[in-house]
Design a protein around this ligand. Structure first.
Ligand SMILES: NC(=O)c1ccc[n+]([C@@H]2O[C@H](COP(=O)([O-])OP(=O)(O)OC[C@H]3O[C@@H](n4cnc5c(N)ncnc54)[C@H](OP(=O)(O)O)[C@@H]3O)[C@@H](O)[C@H]2O)c1
Length: 481
């Protein structure tokens, strides 16, 4: 410690002017000349001032938030080309033009591009209808937003082969050709981001990979199609027919002119195949996942759901077959408990619920579609690429081993509506479909909850009953917990 004995200091030098505490005056020569001691004091003063300035600057730097510097801010911006200037493409362009550190929009491609030009895109961005321009050296990442398999898949392959990274919202291409694209990306040192291909703006791919990477997921369940959810929510809350609600959804732009892909489950089927690969680490051929349509549901089914304390949802589920390879999977209308997470989503929202061996159940909820929410997922992938988070993107899909076999879901109780009343129940029993609870019905219909059985068993009995118009199964929905 510094002793403040006045006699030890040179004339005119106050004790506070001396240097740091670790300078022990016992090492000072009390007989040293006053000049020498004055010089030492000056040096200490200078050091102290310099130290204070540095300290102030460091504090100001961190307080201003400037201390948070990402890799992307330190690097040259990634040059981005948008391929497909539609609903999502426009929203992505708006975000990029607004200014995202580390990303710069350089090109926009679309067929008949002059129809697409907008004045809010700066002149520095070049518009093109020649796809070759997208593969030019001034593009680092191709954002594929045209949709469909062809020509989108070919363009993605071309970009990756040239070492350009690709970000896509295309579930059909990712579900069918994800493996090939990942291999191509790896071989060419490129990245492949596909967060937007499942559940729109919900960061479910990243959530599973990064947030739950330490767990082992055994089941992935979800409400993955906004159009179906909108129609089913509307039918539950108003006494209107399926056809009326569908026409309304089409008029509002919630459903396509040809709604088959949504209603019959093929959209959710592709998303479920991606979730199986990312979450369960088991790739499956998407077309082998059984799909059942929501067409044919009537008011009586929604009344029955209410009576059972349930809601009707288009549910997609994939789970690991215990003690072996394979995935149990299905997409179709199901009755879910009103207090379940699957029942909570309304309108065009999506939900994904995963079950882990160690972490238990985790739910991801949010906007499953729409230009802006989906664009957020696209831009987040671009930022991950810009910041060099390559592990996240290149380890998303299992690229070793062959596809897993899809098997039918196990036995579950079913809600069942059939024409033919008692006769229908008698015949169903012959096929092993046994009633556990009868519900009120009209017009000689049979409404009941079955003992656990597979949907396949009900469908087999349906096939055998189809010759008899008077005795037919009209709806069969598993009761999902
Ligand atoms: N919209 C959503 O809410 C949403 C949500 C999640 C994922 N996605 C996915 O995002 C992707 C884009 O969807 P979107 O809704 O933005 O579709 P969109 O509005 O139909 O936009 C597609 C754009 O691509 C252009 N295009 C299509 N085929 C082309 C071709 N062969 N050559 C050149 N240009 C072509 C279209 O031009 P034209 O105007 O000439 O047809 C249109 O501008 C799809 O994969 C979709 O599944 C969409």
């Amino acid at each position: 410690m510094l002793r403040h004995d006045a006699g030890l200091y040179p004339p005119g030098v106050e004790p506070r002017d001396w240097g740091p505490d670790d300078v022990d005056e016992r090492h000072q020569d009390p007989h040293a000349s006053a000049d020498l001691q004055g010089d030492v004091a000056k040096i200490f003063r200078a050091i102290t001032k310099f130290e204070a300035i540095i300290r102030k600057r460091v504090v100001a730097f961190f307080l201003s938030g400037a201390g948070v510097i990402t890799n992307s801010e330190l690097m040259t911006p990634l040059r981005v080309a948008i391929v497909g200037f539609g609903t999502v493409g426009r929203s992505v362009a708006r975000i990029l033009i607004h200014g995202v550190s580390g990303l710069r929009l350089t090109r926009v491609f679309n067929r008949n591009v002059n129809r697409k030009r907008v004045d809010w895109v700066p002149a520095s961005v070049s518009w093109t209808e020649t796809i070759d321009d997208v593969f030019s050296p001034d593009v680092d990442v191709v954002v594929e937003l045209v949709g469909g398999t062809d020509p989108a898949f070919g363009w993605m392959r071309r970009a990756l082969s040239k070492g350009k990274s690709v970000v896509t919202a295309n579930k059909q291409v990712m579900a069918r050709h994800g493996l090939e694209l990942f291999e191509l990306a790896r071989a060419n040192g490129a990245q492949l981001g596909f967060e937007a291909s499942v559940a729109g703006g919900i960061p479910v791919i990243r959530g599973i990979q990064e947030g739950l990477g330490g767990d082992e997921l055994i089941r992935v369940q979800g409400v993955l199609n906004g159009t179906c959810n909108y129609i089913l929510s509307e039918m539950a809350s108003s006494v209107v027919s399926f056809e009326t609600v569908l026409a309304d959804a089409q008029a509002r732009g919630y459903a396509e002119a040809d709604p088959a892909v949504d209603l019959d489950g093929f959209d959710a089927q592709a998303k479920l195949a991606i979730l199986s690969a990312v979450g369960l680490r088991r790739r499956v051929e998407p077309t082998t996942i059984p799909c059942r349509s929501i067409r044919g549901l009537v008011t009586a089914d929604f009344d029955a759901a209410r009576e059972l304390g349930r809601a009707i949802r288009q549910v997609s589920v994939a789970e690991r077959v215990k003690n072996g390879s394979g995935v149990r999977a299905a997409v179709g209308p199901a009755m879910v408990r009103l207090d379940s997470r699957l029942a909570q989503v309304a309108g065009s929202e999506n939900v994904v619920v995963v079950d882990g061996v160690r972490g238990g159940q985790t739910a991801f909820v949010g906007q499953g579609a729409g230009g802006d929410p989906t664009a957020v997922a696209v831009v987040s992938d671009l930022l991950a690429i810009a910041s060099g988070n390559s592990r996240m993107i290149t380890h998303a899909f299992p690229v070793v081993g062959s596809d897993h076999r899809v098997v039918e879901m196990g036995a579950q109780p079913h809600y069942l509506r059939a024409a033919g009343g008692d006769e229908a129940e008698r015949r169903l029993t012959e096929f092993g479909v046994v009633g556990a609870q009868r519900l009120d019905a009209v017009d000689n219909e049979l409404l009941m909850v079955t003992d656990p059985c597979t949907t396949e068993a009900i469908e087999k009995s349906m096939n055998k009953l189809t010759n008899d118009e008077a005795v037919r199964v009209l709806a069969a929905l598993p009761l999902v917990d």
